[in-house]
Design a binder for this molecule. Sequence first.
Ligand SMILES: Nc1nc2c([nH]c(=O)n2[C@H]2C[C@H](O)[C@@H](COP(=O)(O)OP(=O)(O)OP(=O)(O)O)O2)c(=O)[nH]1
Length: 145
Amino acid sequence: MADEVANTMANEMANTAPIDVAVGILMQANGDVLLGQRPAGKPYAGYWEFPGGKVEAGESIFAALQREFVEELGIEVRSAEPWCCVDYAYPHAHVRLHFYISHDWRGEPQSLEGQAFAWQGSVECTPLLPATIPLIAWLDRMRFG
Ligand SMILES: Nc1nc2c([nH]c(=O)n2[C@H]2C[C@H](O)[C@@H](COP(=O)(O)OP(=O)(O)OP(=O)(O)O)O2)c(=O)[nH]1
């Protein structure tokens, strides 16, 4: 019964307009990418993700990306290219994730929200947010061929 209720909620959520989320993959020259761990108090606390957050009303996706990197990590993202877009229906929200790749930022990551972060070659942080899991294989193909 609990499963049925959860499935119904997920299906209803899938029919609602998605929430746009801007997500940034900072990539160093050697291919390492930056991941962060979701802080306590958020859904999926303790799960790893690429830094980012919800786009606010009237804000472009790139502006949201820049704002989130300043707020969470104290980093100025100078430029980034859109890479892929993933829709995912969580029980708490239907999200549309806009992933960008950046090779061009200023500053060293700081833990401004008390979160852990890590530069990773092959990504070994677990658990990863479910919607982010498929990205790792795509990213590896791009980075390592
Ligand atoms: N940043 C980020 N979010 C992701 C990834 N994968 C994934 O499913 N998400 C989901 C989790 C959340 O439902 C949503 C991001 O929203 P959030 O709650 O972290 O956004 P926010 O920082 O604006 O949070 P808040 O102001 O509402 O507290 O996107 C990912 O790799 N990075």
